[in-house]
Design a protein around this ligand. Structure first.
Ligand code: SF4
Length: 104
């Protein structure tokens, strides 16, 4: 959750350039409470958080550019794509040997 809030903080700092200090808050609606972080200076946002957020965005974009990645596991039994998925074929199907001789 902290990464998400820091992303919002970088966006807020870009939109409100006159603000010098920010607080991150989580609103717990059911409990009618807000939990606040310690203050973060605009310089910390620019020097530390913004580069980290941009690195994370770049990494996410590269992951998308590489194409979807499989994550085989027991859940493959319920997956609608298992007949198309190469990882599922590797994990689930037994190899068939054409040179099988029952008399051996
Ligand atoms: S069958 Fe392939 S796409 Fe489906 S859950 Fe398994 S690894 Fe993922």
């Amino acid at each position: 959750m902290r990464d998400q809030l820091e992303g919002y903080l970088v966006l807020a700092a870009a939109a409100f350039r006159q603000v010098r200090r920010f607080w991150l808050g989580v609103h717990w609606v059911a409990e009618r409470a807000v939990e606040w972080s310690p203050p973060v200076d605009a310089a910390q946002v620019a020097n530390r958080l913004a580069p980290t957020v941009l690195d994370n965005i770049e990494a996410a974009a590269l992951a998308v550019d590489d194409g979807p990645r499989t994550n085989p596991g027991p859940w493959c039994d319920r997956c609608s794509y298992r007949s198309l998925c190469p990882a599922s074929h590797t994990q689930r199907w037994e190899p068939v040997y054409d040179d099988y001789d029952p008399d051996d």
